[in-house]
Design a protein around this ligand. Sequence first.
Ligand code: OAD
Length: 229
Amino acid sequence: MKKIIALTGAGISAESGISTFRDSDGLWKKYRFEEVASPMAWERDPELVLEFYNQRRKQLFEVEPNAGHDALVKLEDKYDVQIITQNVDDLHERAGSSNILHLHGELKKARSTADPNLVYELDHWELKMGDKCEKGSQLRPHVVWFGEMVPNIEPAMEISSQADIYLIIGTSLNVYPAAGLVDFAPARAPKYLIDPKANRTAGFSNVTIIEKKASEGVPELVDQLLKDA
Ligand code: OAD
């Protein structure tokens, strides 16, 4: 089976009702990321940081995967599909994709501030000051903040280098190291970029641009790839 890598970003979840970051109605237009998504913010005002992620988590419990997520599941009929997502939502999981690597963490998980190996599933939206790990330390969101390492970047590079076909869906490719992953794909691997504002193709070889929303562009491309398989 050929291997398809799909690097996804906030745009694939936009039509489920989750805001992107850098579009005109994006989260980073309403909040300064330094104040809600950085180690300094956590030090200065942990309640504000928890509240920011609580609101994101609350919303996540209210939305559903869309046709873009669903189509990537269908692709598994004929391909070995690996998703590398920058998203902290669980919509790829809920759609039913089998192989998902989260680069920037997971909203429905919390982590000990004392021991990063202690990670807990959250079945409710609210994480509060006073919620502690088994060692008695405060829990924090299990997300990667600005200025923090991206622990899954090495496996993501390795997976990217094995691509026969590379899909890039709904990401502005503004944030490194995630944005550099496409460069690890073999030059011979065809690349498809799906984004209604797909203007960031500089440097990609062998790329087809599909200027459509994910709910339309991904199912169309998946149908074509299934026919070609
Ligand atoms: P951005 O908000 O930077 O980019 C979203 C992209 O999705 C843009 O290129 C949009 O044109 C596109 N888009 C919007 N609606 C779409 C739709 N319906 N279908 C397909 N594409 C659509 O989001 P990301 O690139 O994911 O990191 O942002 C990367 C990282 O920056 C995030 O993971 C987050 C953020 O800071 C952290 O918080 C660490």
